[in-house]
Design a protein around this ligand. Structure first.
Ligand SMILES: C[S@@+](CC[C@H](N)C(=O)[O-])C[C@H]1O[C@@H](n2cnc3c(N)ncnc32)[C@H](O)[C@@H]1O
Length: 265
């Protein structure tokens, strides 16, 4: 797919919020508009990224050796394979995204890493992704897998059937696997949050609203056993003493949690 430098992209705006350099003028313009409406957006992005790192460290420390990272984002610091392979060098990571800039950068970064693969796929179509030969070659679905849906589900409107998407991945993995996700919640945030989401929605040209309450986000974990401490502000999920805990007020809007799949679940 060609790279259009005149249309903003989620991945590049997120990269901008994380102080990355892989973003264009159109991304920075939309980011500036978002920050005017919701100044906490940058802190939310950072909380989200730090949550991802802690989740991977936690799961790798508990023996998870396979990760499926859905909506990878542009490579930055503490990418999933870097965190996981520090704990176990043979950990396998399949990265999935549909942004051409992400795919180019991720492939360049990972060219020499035999335990990773980068797949160009739309997460909203789990059946096609789960049948992808490159995915099947790297990830053994007869062994536990950690499925990461971090910072992505709130871009999916109801007509994308986000609950069916999560259920499809839950049903594709064996008991003892995990699903980790983060999500902005509309009932904890102020009105500005809705305006920021509306801005994103308009440039993404998605027809319906993707705002969800805490209760709705909790139901993504249906059929799963929530790992302690449950669905909590992402900045607080298993935060360690030296972690910077966000105090900007954004903390309460971005929730994160991890669920474990169980036999017969
Ligand atoms: C906010 S970034 C999150 C990156 C990373 N997961 C993290 O939490 O640090 C969202 C990513 O999801 C990707 N994305 C959005 N919709 C997607 C879709 N339908 N299929 C695949 N990737 C998608 C975007 O391209 C972007 O890279």
């Amino acid at each position: 797919m060609a790279i259009d430098t005149s249309v903003p992209s989620i991945a590049r705006i997120y990269d901008y919020f994380l102080d990355g350099e892989d973003n264009f003028a159109c991304d920075r313009e939309l980011a500036a508009q978002l920050l005017r409406v919701a100044p906490e957006a940058r802190a939310m992005a950072r909380d989200n990224r730090a949550f991802l790192g802690r989740v991977v460290r936690y799961l790798a420390g508990r023996g998870v050796r396979q990760f499926l990272d859905l909506g990878t984002g542009l490579p930055t610091q503490n990418n999933v394979h870097e965190v996981a392979q520090q704990i176990h060098p043979d950990t396998r990571v399949a990265y999935v995204d549909n942004d051409p800039v992400v795919l180019v950068h991720a492939r360049a970064l990972l060219a020499n890493n035999p335990h990773t693969v980068v797949i160009d796929a739309d997460v909203r179509d789990p059946a096609t992704l789960l049948a992808d030969p490159a995915l099947r070659e790297l990830i053994d679905f007869d062994q536990p897998v950690a499925v990461l849906l971090v910072g992505i589900l709130y871009f999916f409107s109801e007509e994308d059937r986000p609950f069916d998407i999560v259920a499809a991945f839950r049903d594709a993995v064996v008991p003892g696997s995990h699903i980790a996700l983060s999500h902005v919640v509309s009932d904890e945030g102020p009105e500005e949050l809705g305006q920021a989401q509306e801005l994103c929605r308009s440039f993404l040209k998605r027809p319906r609203d993707a705002r969800r309450s805490r209760k709705q986000v909790l139901s993504f974990f249906d059929g799963l056993e929530l790992v302690e401490p449950g669905l909590v502000p992402a900045s607080q999920w298993r935060a360690e003493p030296l972690d910077t805990v966000d105090t900007s007020g954004a903390a309460a809007w971005m929730l994160g949690g991890v669920g474990r799949t169980r036999a017969g679940g």
